[in-house]
Write a protein that binds this ligand. Sequence first.
Ligand SMILES: Nc1ncnc2c1ncn2[C@@H]1O[C@H](COP(=O)(O)OP(=O)(O)OP(=O)(O)O)[C@@H](O)[C@H]1O
Length: 450
Amino acid sequence: MLSLIKEKWNDILEQMKIENDISEVAFTTWVKYFRPYKVEGNMITISIEKENLVLDPSWFSKKYRMPLIITIAEVLETEFDVQFIIPDLSEKNRISEDAEKTDSESLINAHLNPRYTFETFVVGKNNDIAHATALAVAEDPGIYGNPLFIYGGAGLGKTHLLHSIAHYVLGKHPDYRIIYVTSEEFTNELVHSIQHKQIENFKNKYRNIDMLLIDDIQFIVNKESTQEEFFHTFTTLYESKKQIVISSDKPPKDINGLEDRLITRFKAGLTVDVQPPNYETRMAILKKRAELDNIMVDDESLNYIATNIKSSIRELEGALKQIYNFSRLRKKTINFDLTKEALENIISPEEKRPVTCELIIDTVAEHYNISPDDIKSTKRNKEIAYPRQICMYLCRKMTADSLQAVGNSLGKKDHTTIIHGEKKISDDLKHDENLKNTIDILIKKINPPT
Ligand SMILES: Nc1ncnc2c1ncn2[C@@H]1O[C@H](COP(=O)(O)OP(=O)(O)OP(=O)(O)O)[C@@H](O)[C@H]1O
């Protein structure tokens, strides 16, 4: 039986693709790697023979089991069930989780979330430029723009875009050696390799690849050895025209504690941002998520979530999971009443977060990687004095507080200091495009758009 299945296998995959409208990207990224491995009774075991990628068989099962069962029945006129296995997965996992990572290549291409692809990424005004640029970079790695720097607030899709680029490139070039890593993991690995005298392995691993995607670069601030090593990794890859993609919560120039030579190099490529989504995009994201997870949910409930959760897509998805879980436990279908009850602790619709000087100070401090106490202090160095003046400007613009009240919030500053700070930023805004951009971002962080 196995040989018959093998003989018909390409027809089966092609037919499944057509009947189920499977996109070319999904087909070349995943489906073409499906191979019939063995047949026992009516169970066909399918091995996903894609090198160097750690994936979850249950994801494939959810997405492709039914279409395959139906197509196999159509082509072979016999009913089979199917299950997926990933060869060597256990071996790879064991190595990657092993504290003694001696095989430095074992992590190549690991950690990619199969759900984070361009196909599942919903495009709206908030992220269209980031999406189009990421796709163009994935089409022409190392050529279109290098490095690509993606920044934006928490849970707005940066990691999703990084993984999408990797999947897309691997779909076209399965032999490419791609590393996706967070800057924290990069740091930990570096420390580990120094401790275990394996620094050469570390260098070889990161400098002999086709593409490096490094997430949340802001975590390497003030870590000198990591920055030093990253700089050399960056330069080696860049000079051999290998694509580097970086994500961060803020634009390069705002990352305090990052060496100038890195900032300059980041700025030399393409920089794009992801913003919080507007209502329509939030609805589209929720609908897509519900469809992918097979959750039946009415529009009124989706509208309730999209109207009340605005700043993070992760939170939008969390709300959907919460109502799904609630409906399963209660054994009820999802409707508006159930949704409201399920989200009682997450959403309090009447309360819009009030904009206060404290909130502004916290947000600005977080943005510049300094502490709120620094802002309220009398320190005069530029890294602190300038964000403090931004606070003065924003407190005057976004709250109704008097000069004296703003001064008090900022550590008992005199009202003339506040007037001076506000004016300085207003004047700078007239000619400084970067500052304008930063102020826009801060305003959105403080008061996410509806
Ligand atoms: N445009 C989008 N379309 C569909 N899903 C999205 C989109 N943007 C984000 N998501 C989803 O929202 C969740 C959070 O996204 P992601 O982890 O990429 O955010 P992030 O910007 O990297 O956050 P952080 O800065 O906290 O790491 C993920 O499940 C992701 O799939």
